[in-house]
Design a protein around this ligand. Structure first.
Ligand SMILES: C[S@@+](CC[C@H](N)C(=O)[O-])C[C@H]1O[C@@H](n2cnc3c(N)ncnc32)[C@H](O)[C@@H]1O
Length: 332
């Protein structure tokens, strides 16, 4: 193999995905030409999905998995990038001394593994709320994250990205921390799409691009008149209270609303409405397409498990856009 990656067309940097879930983020990295050697998650069904799509997974609580175990699983290969999204509720884990302090959370497991594997880059994704979240003592969690990484030799930058700006038919905002222990630059992907037509960017991809026609959808995805009544009633109550929440009906010429891990309950995050009494949930295939999973992606588990994995995922095309930036930096 050529030593200079720039002269090597086959350069495929290696990735480990912590908290991998179904593998949305990993799929994005694969699309950008990375080799995902391993994922770790503690839910067996999620690991099964990860493995079904030709990735290797260790299924277990990350707090019990040593760096040695990870190195063994990947045959001691050098990892260039560690990626993952530690769950944010990890910031208030029970059973620890100061339960609201991120230093006692799953985030620290991510840090432990980065410190052990010493990748050139890491990508840590999370919900936008993390930028303003404070500890009980009033410290910004974001500042703690920067300081903890600094202590293990990583320079970090953070940015909020909207998946719709990268060709995903969904408005979904995620915060991405990128860190490096090299002198290489940290850059975030420039939007390729935008809400309005302009000369540099394409228009946001509308959700209609992935919605099946009415006659192709099984009747069990359509809500009963009683359910529909419930949506209408709750929406009215919420509106009276000045809350914007309640059932959301997709606007076909715009990207979808965010699909959450709770989508399986009644689909009220994003419903397809043909008329006042013809309202349905998205099928799992449509939800997966909204998250830009490839059409042949295989999911394990029940319908509920599948919606949960899809709702948890980083949209693959957002992952790909971030991965391409990292690859550019690695090649410099
Ligand atoms: C937001 S999801 C990750 C989604 C994934 N990045 C994707 O793009 O598909 C967070 C994942 O963390 C996993 N998780 C939570 N606590 C964990 C723990 N203690 N050890 C390992 N995995 C854990 C959950 O099962 C869940 O799949």
């Amino acid at each position: 193999m050529n030593k200079n990656p720039m002269e090597n067309e086959e350069y495929r940097p290696k990735v480990v995905d912590l908290f991998c879930g179904a593998g949305g983020l990993s799929t994005g990295f694969r699309m950008a030409g990375f080799d995902v050697l391993l994922g770790i998650d503690n839910i067996p069904i999620f690991c099964e999905t990860f493995e079904k799509n030709d990735h290797q997974a260790i299924c277990g609580d990350i707090r019990t998995i040593s760096v040695e175990q990870i190195k063994q699983a990947i045959d001691n290969k050098k990892i260039e990038v560690v990626v993952g999204g530690p769950p944010c509720q990890g910031f208030s884990m029970a059973g620890r001394r100061n339960t609201k302090d991120p230093r006692n959370s799953l985030f620290m497991e991510f840090v432990r593994i980065v410190a052990g594997l010493k990748p050139k880059f890491f990508v840590m994704e999370n919900v936008p709320g993390i930028l303003t979240m404070k500890t009980e003592k009033g410290e910004l969690v974001k500042d703690i994250i920067f300081n903890v990484y600094k202590m293990i030799g990583y320079n970090v930058e953070v940015k909020k990205l909207n998946a719709a700006d990268y060709g995903v038919p969904q408005k979904r905002k995620r915060v991405v921390f990128i860190g490096t222990n090299t002198k290489k630059s940290i850059t975030f992907p420039e939007p390729t799409h935008s809400q309005k037509d302009n000369s540099n960017q394409k228009k946001w991809v509308p959700v209609s691009s992935v919605i099946k026609s009415k006659d192709k959808v099984e009747s069990n995805f359509f809500h009963t008149p009683k359910m529909i009544e419930g949506f209408v009633r709750r929406k009215k109550i919420n509106e009276q209270k000045g809350k914007g929440f309640g059932a959301q009906y997709l606007k076909m010429d715009e990207p979808s609303y965010t699909i959450s891990a709770r989508y399986w309950k009644d689909g009220s995050d994003a419903l397809v409405k043909y008329s006042e009494n013809e309202i349905r949930m998205l099928t799992p295939e449509e939800a997966a397409a909204i998250q830009t999973f490839p059409s042949d992606y295989k999911f394990a588990g029940s319908k509920r498990d599948i919606y949960t994995q899809i709702g948890n995922a980083v949209p693959c095309l957002l992952g790909k856009a971030v991965a391409e930036e990292i690859k550019k930096s690695l090649l410099k």
